[in-house]
Design a protein around this ligand. Structure first.
Ligand code: UDP
Ligand code: MG
Length: 317
């Protein structure tokens, strides 16, 4: 029986890069279809694009029966798009890649070769360089990976892209995690299984602009930490104990000073410092609590992760 590979492509305003992407990916499909006995399913997830992404995808679907699409009612974010793609994919193997050709489709051949050897459950890709990226962004990215790997039990690889090829078994494992706040990089690591990493040089996007500003990335990394670690919750306790300790030393110093030199009234500036310091610590700790609480709140609402407006997927089922 020939195998089916599903390729999931989240797209948000990718009208400029989709024609290049589609052409390139079709070339790779053709090569692989003749080389191995397999066929493809190309699943575009239009994440509420405001440009011509959907009409382009529809035009591909008309000519090419391998093309499937799902279009969201609004922009739900890449994580939701990936989840929708995984949920609707039917392949024996499932891959996902960006629409901007930053994930080279030519790698699929090598990835497929590795995964059918049966030795691995997943073939992931990682950038070995961050060429073309602002240095400050690379610096913060490095810090983030160091920190999250220290405080969480999900193995998150530095430079790992979302471009990966997985077995059906691993895909189902990922789908079994149905949480609302999705941090894919963590989820892939958390489910375990054996992953082989292929490295490649960073490639700049073929057209269009990145959808990630520095601020968005910063919030995304905070989200990742909160999703995959409860360590920040203990910061409050640690700070509390530290303050208690410092306070005890101060009390001792004041008692000794009073006994030796009497009790002159002074110390207004130092008092203000202490009040501000403690107030700051308390608000900071409450803020951390609030972050976790807000995530819990969103999770308990059980809202759908995405809403489909139109698709050609269900037509055939
Ligand atoms: N994307 C998406 N929804 C969003 C933002 C991005 O589906 O809200 C898609 C986007 O179309 C692209 C992929 O996610 O295919 C990666 O986005 P981008 O290239 O902007 O990120 P970068 O490569 O710069 O990290
Ligand atoms: Mg990109």
């Amino acid at each position: 029986m020939s195998k089916l590979i599903s390729i999931i492509v989240p797209c948000y305003n990718e009208g400029a890069s989709l024609p290049y992407f589609y052409k390139e990916v079709c070339g790779v499909f053709q090569q692989m279809e003749t080389k191995y006995s397999l066929h493809f399913e190309l699943l575009f997830v239009d994440d509420g694009s405001k440009d011509n992404t959907l009409s382009l995808v529809k035009s591909y679907a008309e000519k090419d029966s391998r093309v499937k699409y799902i279009s969201f009612s609004r922009n739900f974010g890449k994580e939701s798009a990936i989840y929708a793609g995984l949920q609707n994919s039917t392949g024996d193997y499932v891959a996902m890649m960006d629409a901007d050709l930053q994930d080279p489709p030519q790698l699929l051949d090598e990835m497929y070769e590795l995964i059918i050897s049966g030795e691995y459950d997943c073939i992931g890709t990682r950038r070995t360089t961050r060429k073309g990226e602002p240095p400050i962004r690379s610096f913060f990215a490095k810090c983030f990976y160091k920190l999250i790997n220290r405080i969480s039990n999900a193995d998150i690889v530095d430079g790992a892209r979302d471009f990966r090829l997985m077995t059906r078994q691993m895909t189902d494992a990922i789908l079994s995690i149905s949480e609302y706040n999705r941090f894919s990089k963590g989820i892939f690591g958390w489910v375990g299984f054996k992953t082989e990493w292929l490295g490649y040089q960073n490639i700049e996007r073929v057209a269009g602009d990145t959808k990630w500003s520095f601020w968005k990335l910063f919030l995304y990394s905070l989200n990742g930490i909160i999703e995959f670690s409860t360590a920040p919750l203990s910061i409050a306790s640690v700070l509390g104990i530290l303050c208690l300790f410092i306070a005890m030393i101060f009390i001792l110093i004041i008692i000794v000073k009073t006994i030796i030199w009497g009790d002159p009234v002074a110390g207004y500036p130092s008092m203000m410092c202490v009040i501000f310091f403690l107030g700051g610590l308390q608000l900071f700790s409450i803020g951390i609590l609030g972050q976790y609480l807000s995530k819990t709140y969103l999770e308990t609402k059980h809202r759908p992760i995405y809403i489909i407006k139109e698709t050609n997927y269900k037509d055939e089922r």
